[in-house]
Design a protein around this ligand. Structure first.
Ligand SMILES: [Zn+2]
Length: 418
């Protein structure tokens, strides 16, 4: 036992099954002028609660450190925007949203999702704690409260905007250490027949893909349906539908309501059964995951070292949080990678935390023509490979790190020599 208690049910927590040691904050990209200064590091370890199945970090970093200046602007990914538009269309149709039925989004980012509701006349309110990101949303005409959502935000939301027919939280449930109070606040902001829709990276998929690079300080929780269902019940809410979405690998979308508001779909019981069969509710599965992670890191670094020893030039694509995690956890730095590239001008010119790999514009890939490029946002691999047809045509190749390292070249076929 770790001596710590579960953030969901307060039971004693098992020892972490995955311990990545002291790691820098994954999104705290380093300015070149700060390159010589050490950055803050926080422990990064994940444990499984055998009592309520909630997978969680054993320690959390201070929220001010995590969200003060958040450089991830969702709108930069075409894939993500298409997904957001589809989500808005689906929710407008399913819950009969209209100019008199409101949508509240928690962690609304730059308004990437609410813009699609607003364009169809649905009243919207965003809640976004990152000041610089909320300012972008407000400038775009999306009403946004700059604050953390939780019990102390209920009065301002219900008083100023009203209870919402639909509450959306994309990639937020994983970020909130005080999860019980958060869900109590969701219940308080939801109309009696309302639906809260949460989407988050699905733990079942994380395990299946050995996608340990989704483990970072912002992500306090790694959810199975089993764990979310228990948390919802504690807030007197009920999951009435589930849907797996092809985003960030595979995300789980859960639909939550006041109990009995509408029938529960058969998909809920089906996924509960699948999770039990896949071992998500047993500690042994997490131990085997940890072994798979160690093997992935070993295989990947050996491959890169071999290529480097053969005189090949290596670079990376992308500077998402998962890049920081994977490069630092596996110990892949500037001894192997010359640089990484990213489409976001906010990231270009900075350095990946910890390993200090410089981030350059995407055009530098074709300009420099590294022989191999480690494709770090593997969830966007298809989109990136399509955008980089030139690089591949000229002889470049991508290495996709998970679930096991594989090469994509001009023929887009995994090559046998890896
Ligand atoms: Zn628990």
């Amino acid at each position: 036992m770790s001596g710590r208690t579960c953030l969901g049910c307060a039971a004693a927590l098992d020892d972490p099954f995955l311990d990545l040691g002291a790691q820098p904050l994954a999104n705290a990209l380093v300015r070149p002028e700060d390159a010589a200064r050490p950055e803050p590091r926080f422990p990064l370890a994940v444990a499984y609660c055998a009592n309520c199945h909630l997978v969680q970090l054993t320690e959390t970093a201070p929220p001010e450190a995590l969200f003060g200046e958040y450089l991830y602007f969702t709108s930069f990914s075409e894939h993500f925007l298409a997904h957001a538009r589809a989500m808005a269309d689906t929710l407008i149709a399913r819950f009969a949203l209209s100019p008199t039925r409101r949508v509240l989004e928690i962690a609304s980012n730059d308004g990437y999702l609410l813009q699609f509701f607003q364009a169809r006349g649905v009243p919207v309110l965003g809640v976004e704690p990152a000041r610089n990101v909320a300012a972008v949303a407000t400038a775009r005409g999306i009403p946004t409260l700059t604050r953390f959502f939780g019990p102390d935000a209920v009065e301002e939301i219900v008083g100023g905007f009203g209870r919402a027919e639909v509450i959306v939280g994309n990639n937020v449930l994983a970020h909130v250490p005080a999860i019980n109070g958060f869900l109590d606040a969701v219940a308080a902001c939801l109309t009696p027949d309302g639906a809260a829709v949460f989407e988050f990276p699905y733990l079942g998929d994380t395990l299946a893909r050995t996608a340990f690079d989704t483990v970072y300080h912002e992500h306090v929780f790694y959810y199975s349906l089993a764990a979310v269902a228990r948390l919802a019940a504690r807030a007197r809410l009920e999951i009435f539908d589930v849907d797996l979405q092809p985003v960030h690998g595979r995300s789980l979308r859960v639909f939550v309501q006041h109990p009995g508001a509408r029938p529960v779909t058969p998909a809920v019981a089906r996924l509960h059964r699948e999770e039990a069969a896949a071992g998500l509710t047993s500690a042994a599965r997490y131990t085997s995951f940890s072994r798979e992670v160690a093997k992935l890191c070993r295989d990947l670094t050996q491959t890169l070292r071999r290529l480097r020893a053969d005189g090949r030039r290596l670079a990376a694509y992308g500077a998402p949080a998962k890049a920081t995690v994977l490069l630092n956890a596996c110990g892949i730095g500037t001894d192997l990678l010359e640089f990484t590239v990213d489409r976001s001008p906010h990231k270009q010119g900075r350095l990946i935390p910890g390993v200090r790999v410089p981030i350059r514009p995407v055009e530098d890939l074709v300009r420099e023509m590294p022989d191999f490029t480690l494709l770090l946002p593997w969830n966007l691999a298809e989109e990136i490979v399509a955008q980089q047809a030139d690089y591949l045509r000229k002889g470049g190749a991508f290495i996709v790190p998970v679930p096991t390292p594989r090469i994509i070249d001009a023929a887009r076929m995994p090559r046998a020599d890896l």
